[in-house]
Design a protein around this ligand. Sequence first.
Ligand SMILES: C[S@@+](CC[C@H](N)C(=O)[O-])C[C@H]1O[C@@H](n2cnc3c(N)ncnc32)[C@H](O)[C@@H]1O
Length: 229
Amino acid sequence: MAEVPYAMWVEYLKMLWAKVGIQPRSVLEVCCGTGRICRMLAAEGYEVAGVDLSPEMIAEAKHIASESHLPIEFSVQDASEMRLNRRFDAALSFFDSLNNIIDYDRFAAAIQRTYEHLKPGGAFIFDLNTAYAFEHNMFDLFCKDKRAKVRYEWKGEWDAARSLCTIKMEFATDRERFSELHVQRAYSLAEVKQAMASAGFENVEIFHAYTMNPPRASSDRIHVLGLRG
Ligand SMILES: C[S@@+](CC[C@H](N)C(=O)[O-])C[C@H]1O[C@@H](n2cnc3c(N)ncnc32)[C@H](O)[C@@H]1O
């Protein structure tokens, strides 16, 4: 995560908010992980909540936020079944988190549940890896620096028939070695538009990542924006 350009992501988020003319005060991060973006927004004065499926991620998010004295409401929730009993001016889900939901109905349910947590006029913005990224082996990565604190070697296998990429991740530190298996699904633009429309989102726009331009055939990542009417 040390190499992730979170500051740029948050700037882009604000550019999209400005594009659709909203100035949110309350923000929900869906699939917040350890809450880095939540903390950046909370430090700027936004009222922030974050949800994630992983109790370990949420425990870490709560721990770091409390050490930083940032009042963020974190909870363990499956995005596809999320219930928070409140609504927000904006929602986001970054770092291809929704690609991790590999069943289309549950992916669409996560979008629907997010819609239900927005106030009228609220915006949902999320990013996704595309099939192009998986076809072009974007997950085949390794850290060459033998002095790095965490060294890694990742290898993805793309199953075009099922639109699934299975990534074997091996990590090593000076003290331990461990591995993880991640599976991501690529959703087509048509599937994304269908899920957004079924949830009720209006003015849906899809961008080539970090730009205001439409996606290209070679976009490896896209951003999706929709408004609750
Ligand atoms: C790559 S991490 C990104 C975390 C965070 N968005 C960030 O940018 O640092 C993906 C996160 O999605 C979460 N996740 C995956 N499936 C989920 C689901 N169905 N509901 C909620 N969170 C989920 C994982 O637990 C993980 O924390």
